[in-house]
Structure formats: C-alpha cells, structure tokens
Design a protein around this ligand. Structure first.
Ligand SMILES: [Fe+2]
Ligand SMILES: [Fe+2]
Length: 291
C-alpha cells in the first residue's frame, strides 16, 4: 500500500507541542476549539460538494484546509525566525493574535464554496463573519474580537489574487531585500558568463572586407520575425515605430489587462490574441528564414 503519511507527501503538519518562533498558546487553544466545533467541521465537508462532486474540480474540503493551514503556520514560523515583523499590531492586537488570524483565515478561507465555486471568496466573507463572531467571543473581549475578525476577513478576501492585501506582511519590500539579493546574484552570474567565454571562446567568422558589404545579412533566428516585419513595411520609420509600439504594448500589458478572471480558458479574446500572435510570429520567422 502506498505511503500516504504527511511526511512522505512532503507535508509539514503544524504540531502544537513543538517549539515555535511565536507565542503559540493562544492559537493552540483556538485550533483545539476549531477541531471540535461541529459547525466549522460541517462547513469543511459541505464546501467540497460544489467544487468536487459537481464540478469535478480539486479538493477544497477538510484535507485542503488542513494543508493550507499547516503551510501557512509553517511559513509564518519561518518568517518569524527570520525576524520579519508582522503588523496586526496596527490594530492594537498582540503578537499572539497573529497566528490566530492566520489559522482562522486558513480554516475559513474557502467556506464560500457552499454557495458557489465562482467568486467563492466573496461568499466566504459573510459566512466566515458569522462563525468568527461566535468563535472569537469565547477568546476575546468585544473590541479585540472585532479587530481579529477584521484582520481574518482581510486575509480571507485577499486569498483571491485580484484583491490587494494592505498589510505589510503580504510582501517583502523590494528595497533593501531584493536589491541586496540581486547584488549578490549578479556578480555570480557575471563571473559564470565570463568563465564560459574564457573556456569556450566563440569562433570568429571570416575577416570582414571593409570595401564590400555582404548582401542579405540575416539576423539570428529569434530576430527573424522583426527582420521580416521591417522588410514588409516599405517605410523604415514606420517599420521601426511599429516595432516600438508592439514592445510598448507588451511592457504595458500587465497594467492594461486588469480583468478579474484569472482562468485564461474563460477569456476567449485573450486566447485569440495569444495564439494569433504566436501564429503570426512563427509565419514571420519562417518567411524571414526562407525568403
Ligand atoms: Fe483554498
Ligand atoms: Fe479559494
């Protein structure tokens, strides 16, 4: 029988008894409560009917939530060990509440599936709000419960990629983290490239004759499409401008395309543009090669 234990599957279960880089007493109490709560457990089973039984989609029930929660708490632990600051304290909450927010958001993030798979994030919000009111009242006073609830709902909402999280926790700032990383990685790759060039020097072709320009110089294959495009547009200025416009559209695309649908299969226009460009590019490349 195949080994399906969490470890063999590469899963890292959250173990309440282990040492963590964060105060874990409160989250352990909440997790124990959640594990014994009939309503939450019923939700986790019921939320799998629409995605799995009806849509033949992947698991979004009890096991999925367990994996998501384990990973979220594991990532949180790693980030805390790395000294990353979380900002639930903007809300006047305590450090011990951070893990509670993460655990509850992971537990309840997909309960909107009981309504519908599409836009389930938005259905999760009112359903989770009711559950949170009940659960949190057992652990917090009115004010703290409301703030933990707000942060948890924020996390649930932002598991939909179209929503932008407003907490600092969602990302590591570009400066200085990524800049420093680039400064370390760049010399490494640069030296690697220099090493390759020294070990395998590129061969030079025939010596050029400055008095005769060879006819029909063809660029490398990856430039054949723009090369052919330039040949097709009679006016050189127009040809160059057209290429600049295309590159501009390519660079600006993430800002122009702000649609909320992530699934490309549900976006026929997008599919048409993608495959259309691919076909045109291939035709131009072949045309450039054999013309
Ligand atoms: Fe999910
Ligand atoms: Fe989801």
């Amino acid at each position: 029988m195949p080994d399906t234990s969490d470890e063999s599957l590469g899963l890292q279960p959250y173990r309440p008894d282990e040492d963590h880089a964060f105060p874990d007493e409160r989250v352990n109490d909440v997790l124990e409560f959640v594990g014994n709560d009939a309503e939450i457990q019923a939700y986790l089973e019921a939320q799998n009917v629409n995605p799995v039984s009806r849509l033949r989609y992947n698991d979004h029930g009890t096991k999925h939530v367990e994996i998501v929660r384990d990973r979220a708490l594991c990532l949180y632990d790693l980030l805390k060990r790395g000294g990353v600051a979380f900002n639930a304290r903007d809300q006047g909450l305590e450090e011990a509440d951070e893990a509670v927010i993460i655990a509850l958001a992971a537990t309840l993030h997909d309960i909107g599936h009981v309504v519908h798979r599409d836009r389930h994030t938005y259905y999760s919000i009112p359903l989770a709000a009711d559950v949170l009111d009940r659960v949190l009242s057992g652990f917090y006073d009115v004010g703290a419960a409301l703030r933990v609830k707000g942060e948890t709902l924020h996390a649930i909402l932002c598991h939909h990629t179209a929503e932008t999280p407003l907490t600092r926790d969602n990302s590591i700032p570009f400066y200085p983290h990524h800049v420093l990383k680039e400064m370390v990685v760049f010399p490494f790759f640069f030296l690697l490239l220099v090493g390759i060039v020294i070990l395998f020097p590129p061969e030079l072709g025939e010596k050029a004759n400055p008095l005769s320009t060879p006819e029909g110089i063809k660029p490398e294959w990856y430039f054949l499409a723009p090369y052919q495009m330039l040949k097709l547009v009679p006016n050189k200025f127009l040809g160059i401008s057209l290429q600049l416009v295309l590159v501009g559209i390519f660079l600006l695309w993430p800002f122009l395309d702000t649609g909320r649908e992530d699934n490309i299969l549900k976006r026929p226009l997008m599919l048409l543009i993608f495959f259309g460009s691919l076909v045109i590019w291939t035709i131009l490349t072949l045309w450039g090669k054999y013309s």
